[in-house]
Design a protein around this ligand. Structure first.
Ligand code: NAD
Length: 481
């Protein structure tokens, strides 16, 4: 079994407590790697290294253009190693190799884009109301960043944080999910090869309470950038607020995918299936509530069930597989519990509804693609994030009804509208309370397009030019001339 070490100040080191834990492969159920079980001592070592790199030495002396160049080099190295890193992620999170390969091929663009922005961070000369003074603003790195990521897309979501943070001149301590740490521990080596000075990026691994919490609490950390569940996000945000730390939160969702009767139904049904079953439903933007207009309801349901039935389940390393296993045993149990809750609450089971026992699923943690019809929006299955392959279908009458149902949830990460009417598309996109609205598509994201949540889905934005502001603070300089 492969044993990983920590990366702190450009060195491979063992955890202070000398303990490791096992990472399991969701398809085989077997342990395949040993991950360092860190504690507050390792966190302190990593934060001290990041603080030292921020406040002295080559990183602090570097020009913004030089930082940009390093980010470009890093992007090239990720592109070179994309295959290897994608295979490691599949071993850890059980997502499809086709998807992870696609993600890893795309990740370099975050480093290119933000590398390009590094030397375009500008302050301003102020047109003052006082004679005899000159004043200008400078944008400075906010400080040491604690970046905490979930298990579903470890290196993609790390790039959303690292690329803008490093472009801004910050240094980082990255903590991946305890379920999927291996790819991050392999990736971090590339920083040395790209030429980043030691201590600019450090990785600590382990449980949220042992590692994540002391990291957020550490007095030298000035910014927390978190992606994960809203329950953990709320706790971390409160912790950060007590020390007036900057915090951005990318949290969960219960996204509505809304199909009007004038939509291209073939496209919409395909969008509904990929919206919920891609990545086995384990994406923050999963279109887990399908809102269908009365007049086309029965036809859409029929087509949807027929298409979802054809999904090929099995080995995530096979390019043929369409639905893979669930990543973790607790998540597997949580999804099955939600299915029972929906049945008891009176939702009508149209497809699936339990563990997958197909021979091609082997010993993996598989749940059958599940569709519930006649769901009421106040049922738990329509209000709570399942994070699994479970779709709830809800009927609506007209635009006003669709908006009411879509917004009647505490989340607001994403939404989609399927219609051929441009006026309706515009009206809906204005009224939907969500950080991203798609029209006649689902799931598109880009390094250029700001991404983040309304309501309980989060605070702040990742991606696009706005993201870099999350890692900067303003200083005003007054000169008596
Ligand atoms: P999680 O909240 O359980 O864990 C996320 C990370 O936080 C892990 O690294 C974990 O170890 C750490 N953590 C746990 N407790 C902590 C604590 N007390 N202090 C500090 N860190 C702690 O989430 P998860 O189950 O890994 O991921 C699934 C969730 O992530 C879903 O809710 C999903 O919607 C969300 N997500 C959001 C986005 C987005 O961009 N909005 C993207 C992907 C996933």
């Amino acid at each position: 079994m492969k044993r990983y070490q920590l990366r702190i100040a450009g060195q491979w080191v063992d955890p202070a407590g000398g303990a490791w834990f096992e990472s399991q492969n969701p398809f085989t159920g077997e342990a395949w790697a040993e991950i360092p079980r860190c504690d507050a001592r390792d966190v302190d070592r990593a934060v001290q290294a990041a603080h030292a790199a921020l406040t002295g030495g080559p990183w602090a002396e570097m020009t913004a253009s030089q930082r940009g160049l390093l980010l470009h080099r890093l992007g090239d190295l990720v592109a070179r190693d994309a295959r290897k890193l994608a295979a490691t992620e599949v071993r850890d999170n059980g997502k499809l190799i086709a998807e992870m390969q696609g993600q890893l091929n795309y990740v370099p663009h975050w480093y290119y884009y933000f590398g390009g922005l590094a030397d375009k961070i500008e302050g301003a000369a102020l047109p003052l109301d006082k004679k005899g003074y000159f004043a200008f603003t400078r944008k400075e790195p906010v400080g040491v960043v604690a970046a905490i990521t979930p298990w579903n897309s470890p290196l993609l979501l790390a790039a959303w944080k690292l690329a803008p943070a490093l472009a801004a001149g910050c240094t980082v301590v990255l903590k991946p999910s305890e379920f999927t740490s291996a790819s991050t521990l392999e990736f971090v080596e590339l920083f040395d090869e790209a030429g980043f000075p030691p201590g600019v990026v450090n990785v600590v691994t382990g449980l949220g309470k042992d590692v994540g919490s002391p990291l957020v609490e550490h007095p030298l950390v000035r910014k927390v950038s978190f992606t994960g569940s809203d329950a953990t996000g709320r706790m971390i945000n409160e912790q950060a607020a007590r020390q007036f730390k900057h915090a951005s939160m990318e949290l969960g969702g219960k996204s509505p995918n809304i199909v009007f009767d004038d939509a291209d139904l073939e496209q919409a049904v395909f969008g509904a299936v990929s919206g919920i079953f891609a990545a086995t439903g384990q994406t923050c933007i999963a279109g887990s509530r399908l809102l269908v207009q009365d007049g086309i309801h029965d036809e859409v349901v029929e087509r949807l069930v027929a298409l979802a039935k054809t999904a090929r389940m099995g080995d995530p390393m096979s390019m043929e597989t369409q639905v893979g296993p669930v990543t973790t045993p607790p998540q597997y149990r949580k999804i099955l519990d939600y299915i029972e809750v929906a049945k008891n609450d009176g939702a009508k089971l149209l497809l699936g509804g339990g563990p997958a026992t197909r021979p091609e699923c082997g010993k993996g943690w598989f749940v059958e693609p599940t569709i519930f019809g006649e769901v009421k929006n106040d049922m738990r299955i329509a209000q709570e994030e399942v994070f699994g392959p479970v779709l709830s279908i809800i009927r609506f009458r007209d635009e006003a009804d669709a908006i009411r149902i879509a917004n009647d949830v505490r989340f607001g990460l994403a939404a989609a509208v399927w219609t051929r009417d441009i006026g309706r598309a515009i009206r809906m996109s204005e009224k939907l309370q969500a950080g991203t609205v798609w029209v006649n598509t689902y799931r598109a994201v880009s390094y250029m397009a700001p991404f983040g949540g309304y309501k309980d889905s989060g605070l702040g934005r990742e991606n696009g030019q706005e993201a870099i502001r999350e890692y900067l603070q303003n200083k005003t300089v007054w000169i008596n001339s």
